[in-house]
Design a protein around this ligand. Structure first.
Ligand code: MN
Ligand code: MN
Length: 470
């Protein structure tokens, strides 16, 4: 063995030397790939309602029961509560009473998409369309000329509830938003990217063959409405109360010749949701009670009854506190939270938006973001040094790899996460999440190893015996 020089030894000792997950453990990809088979299945659920419907039977298989107030749960008991079919709270009771604090992990299960307007259906130039209002931050031009599927729920005027899911399977019809041919796009191409395709142009083409009756005014519209009526029993007026949306119809796929990545819609934030879901399921009898949250409405600011600003979260903790005869405020002050949301991975095509010493990279593990926000850390949850030390200490002890980064360069934009909605309740919170390429695009890219390592991180957090001592 070649002896290290004095400088090399000193450098090893006192300088930080970030290594990729592959350098630390080359065999990791095999475990990560196995783990991501389940992840790809999870990703076929593309709305918050679908994720909740998918998760609940799995919870039941793992011994979870619906939470009932007043129950004395024993250590290791597992229970859940659903909020309006869109938000899910999952718990594994710890050995210690909740007055010693709970360990929270939260990820959101809504993703950017195209919601239908209340009056979506119209006919123009003998074609029928659905009008949409986009949900979340999208680059609108990315959503034309890609296959779309239609999802959602309709309450019909005759009292039925219909779940819609069409456009995903090979034998089902597809839908799309048209774009202008380059030959006539001289003016369009001179516009700025935010104006190339405008919100009111995001109309989904759904039909072109008229109903066979010349006496009817809008015959194409009638023809497509007839299909919907026969398949689902929907009438046009039912759209007024419906929640329908269009999402990219791509199936989750392995990506790259080495299959080291996943390409799929909705990885913001299903990559984190899946990782924490698996960590929750695999936690048996923790020291502290776990609370795993699937949240809705993050992409539009966490408002509404199913967003994390809603009191349902605190009310649930208040119920848990009351069940054990303590005050919720005492539970909150001793609790800790990992706010699991994705980060922007460094993209060599766009190096100018990142500061190379403080950004995150694919395959370097889940990215801890001490703070987010924008323009001088405005609107940020800035995790304290004590919280960072506590969480990183847990990861170190459990052999979990992580990296630390900011979303991007100062003053180029920015963004917030759910972290602020949790820390407002007096819970120490830090952001951690999977690095993503092409975030918010119809297809996003993650590394399998990063998704798997986030699972290990949340699992270590849930299973740590370390009390909060700050
Ligand atoms: Mn997110
Ligand atoms: Mn997002």
């Amino acid at each position: 063995m070649v002896k290290k020089t004095k400088g090399q030894t000193l450098a090893d000792d006192i300088l930080a030397c970030p290594k990729s997950l592959a350098e630390k453990d080359h065999g990791l990809m095999e475990k990560a790939s196995d783990f991501c088979e389940g992840y790809k299945k999870f990703l076929s659920n593309k709305t918050e309602r679908e994720v909740v419907s998918y998760a609940v039977p799995i919870l039941k298989e793992h011994g979870y029961t619906e939470y009932s107030r007043g129950t004395k749960y024993k250590p290791g008991s597992k229970f859940y509560r659903i909020n309006r079919g869109k938000t899910l709270l999952m718990c594994t009771k710890g050995k210690k009473p909740v007055s010693e604090g709970v360990r929270v992990a939260v990820a959101h299960i809504d993703s950017p998409r195209l919601d239908f307007k209340p009056h979506p259906l119209f006919q123009d130039a003998d074609m029928a369309f659905f009008k949409t209002h986009y949900y979340g931050g999208i680059k609108k031009y990315q959503w034309t000329t890609i296959p779309l599927s239609i999802r959602g729920v309709v309450h019909t005027s005759d009292g039925k509830t219909v779940t819609v899911r069409i456009g995903e399977e090979d034998d089902e019809p597809s839908f799309l938003i048209t774009d202008l041919l380059p030959h006539l796009a001289q003016n369009q191409m001179r516009k700025t990217a935010s104006e190339v395709v405008e919100g009111e142009q995001l109309n989904i083409l759904i039909g072109s063959w008229p109903f066979d009756d010349e006496k009817v005014k809008e015959r194409v519209k009638l023809a497509v409405m007839q299909v919907l009526n026969e398949k689902y029993g929907i009438k046009e007026a039912d759209f007024e109360t419906a929640e329908l949306c269009a999402v990219p119809a791509f199936k989750p796929r392995d990506m790259g010749l080495d299959r080291s990545m996943v390409a799929a819609y909705g990885q913001d934030d299903s990559s984190c949701a899946y990782a924490q879901f698996m960590a929750e399921l695999d936690t048996k009898t923790p020291e502290y009670t776990t609370l795993t949250i699937f949240a809705d409405k993050e992409e539009t600011g966490s408002d509404g009854v199913t967003g994390m600003r809603s009191f349902f979260f605190r009310d649930f903790l208040e119920d848990l506190a009351q069940d054990e005869g303590c005050e919720v405020r005492h539970v909150l002050q001793k609790s800790l939270c990992l706010s699991c949301d994705v980060s922007a991975a460094f993209d060599p095509a766009y190096p100018e938006v990142q500061e190379r010493n403080n950004c995150c990279y694919l395959n370097y593990g889940p990215c801890i973001a001490k703070y987010d926000g924008s323009r001088g850390k405005y609107s940020t949850n800035d995790a304290s040094a004590e919280m960072m030390d506590h969480v990183i200490g847990i990861f170190r002890d459990a052999g979990v790899s992580w990296q630390i980064g900011e979303l991007g360069k100062i003053d180029l934009g920015g963004g917030g996460t759910i972290a602020s909605e949790i820390s407002v309740h007096n819970i120490d919170t830090v952001d951690i999440g999977v690095p993503v390429l092409s975030m918010h695009a119809p297809v996003e890219v993650t590394s399998k190893a990063d998704v798997y390592m986030l699972y290990k991180a949340v699992h270590a957090f849930f299973n740590s015996k370390k009390p909060k001592d700050f």
